[in-house]
Design a protein around this ligand. Structure first.
Ligand code: MSP
Length: 513
């Protein structure tokens, strides 16, 4: 089996977690778990971006040493990700030695290849997004287009990176590798920028203490984005390019990031890598933004959802399922309690929850709580079709998961649940029981149990707490760390006589208030 390296963006350490951060972590954790369950050797990294000037300012405003403040923030994020069952293999912080070492190495490589030169930067700088802007990028009131606040006018000596030199090569790479930037809208955005031509970018700031000093000039620190992007290789132990982890896992199979930082990841990062003689990541996927009732979440609007609190209200798996099923990956999506309750009641309480309750109740009643035998002869076409739908789910599910289309993949799985629920209505097992048609009744029950099993395996990367609870009810002993989805998502795996028990309902209906 192959390797699979997947990353999230690293969060700025100067603010509390935001539901948008949780969205990104969950939608990265799902493919990470999925790839492990396909038998791949996965490395999943996340972390914090600590050399931002805003981090220093925030620490100072609290009267704290920035290092101590970053330690505290990293703990807050790490414990939240634990709560969300994020299965990251490492957590990189840009103040760590292993990271600083890699940044210096990459800077030196580009410097030695003549791609970094000294010059003057004169223009605008938005401290909130830590980004340089030309006047034409600003809005009519000369505000930052993202934060709508006045950027700072700068004139300073900086080191620059020759982006312009690589513009053609990058364009060619994007066109030759149609999967490199996903979804298509983001790819077109980047191709549009490249068409207009690239300006060289400043990659250092003078007179700063908070940051990594340039290996060629101690009076300057590395620009926070040049620094932060290198996390994707420093977390692997880049060293001087000879690190074991780097050799094993690079290039990344996918960087998952938000649409706001696509330019850094699809222009600056690939050019940094080209200049340093390192292979490019295979894919950058720019997800959409979570909105609150259609509006951008922001401190000023006071409408930011706290991911810690919302997980306490609904449970982590419900939030994870909501992210995956209700939001089309790659476009903006609404996040509200009303929408969560609606999705929960329809998909989890009604569809999946009812299927489990009704089916296992009947197996307890008619077959003494033991999985009955399946017989092709006794089953009718409707039962056989449902069995077939579950048996072939993997073929429809896998390509959608590979394409990071989680809502599409889950819709395929829920299609099997729908078929099973319909089968109960049309076959009327209570009548089969009355008639004493045990062969057909048993085959029907067997198919229902198998659909529950196959769908719960499909849902495991999304709901890693719930799936094992379902497995317990149907008497299967899967281990999340070792289960192979491709092998298990096949019809007919549960042996006759396996004990099943309905137990307590997993998804009691929520009264929508
Ligand atoms: N530190 C940089 C990333 C450096 S990566 C080399 C940064 N940090 S951030 O904390 O502002 O954002 C972290 C991630 O969260 C980004 O991918 C960003 O797009 C994402 N989100 C922040 N708010 C979001 C929403 N409202 N919705 C979805 N994701 C959003 O950018």
């Amino acid at each position: 089996m192959g390797k699979y390296y997947i990353t999230t963006a690293i969060v700025y350490a100067n603010g509390m977690p935001h539901i948008g951060h949780a969205y990104e972590l969950v939608t990265t954790d799902i493919p990470a778990r999925f790839q492990r369950m396909k038998g791949n050797d996965v490395f999943f990294s996340t972390g914090s971006d600590e050399h931002s000037l805003n981090v220093l300012k925030e620490a100072r405003s609290r009267g704290k040493d920035p290092g101590v403040y970053c330690d505290e923030m990293a703990e807050i994020y790490k414990s939240l990700w634990k709560k969300y069952n994020i299965s990251n293999d490492d957590y990189i912080r840009t103040t760590e030695e292993r990271h600083k070492k890699a940044v210096k190495e990459i800077f030196k490589r580009s410097f030695d290849s003549g791609d970094i030169y000294k010059g003057y930067y004169e223009g605008w700088y938005c401290n909130a997004c830590e980004s340089y802007y030309s006047e034409s990028d600003l809005d009519e009131e000369l505000n930052c287009p993202v934060h709508r606040i006045k950027p700072e006018k700068l004139k300073e000596e900086n080191y620059f990176m020759k982006l312009s030199k690589y513009s053609g090569r990058l364009q060619e790479h994007i066109l030759k590798n149609p999967d490199f930037i996903q979804p298509e809208t983001r790819k077109n955005e980047i191709l549009g920028i490249l068409k207009e031509g690239l300006r060289d970018v400043s990659i250092s700031r003078p007179g700063r203490d908070w940051g990594i000093k340039l290996p060629v000039d101690e009076s300057q620190t590395v620009y926070v984005w040049f620094d932060a992007l290198i996390n994707y290789i420093s977390v692997l132990g880049f060293e001087d390019g000879s690190g074991e982890g780097f050799k094993k896992y690079w290039p990344a199979d996918v960087h998952i990031i938000g649409k706001d930082i696509i330019k850094f990841h699809c222009i600056i990062w690939p050019i940094m890598l080209m200049s340093a003689g390192i292979e490019l990541p295979k894919k950058v996927f720019g997800h959409g933004f979570l909105l609150n009732k259609g509006e951008k979440m922001s401190k000023t609007r006071g409408n930011i959802v706290d991911p810690d609190n919302i997980a306490d209200v609904f449970g982590v798996d419900v939030i994870r399922y909501f992210f995956a099923s209700n939001i089309t990956n790659g476009v903006d999506g609404d996040f509200s309690e009303g929408a969560i309750i609606k999705r929960y009641n329809s998909d989890l309480a009604n569809d999946l929850g009812n299927l489990i309750n009704r089916s296992l109740n009947m197996v307890e009643k008619y077959f003494d709580g033991k999985a009955p035998a399946y017989s092709e002869e006794a089953a009718d076409d409707a039962i056989k079709n449902a069995a077939d739908k579950a048996d072939t789910l993997w073929e429809r599910f896998e390509p959608k998961m590979e394409a990071l289309d989680f809502s599409g993949a889950l819709a395929e799985a829920w299609g099997c649940i729908g078929a099973a629920n319909k089968l109960i209505e049309t076959e009327m097992p209570w009548n089969l029981a009355k008639e004493g048609n045990t062969g057909k009744l048993g085959s029907l029950m067997y198919v229902l149990i198998e659909i529950i099993r196959i769908v719960s395996v499909a849902a495991a990367p999304v709901m890693p707490e719930t799936a094992p609870k379902i497995w317990k009810k149907i008497g299967v002993e899967y281990d999340l760390r070792t289960i192979r989805m491709d092998a298990e998502m096949k019809f007919g795996k549960i042996p006759e006589g396996t004990p099943v028990s309905k137990g307590d309902p997993l998804f009691p209906r929520i009264k929508d208030e």
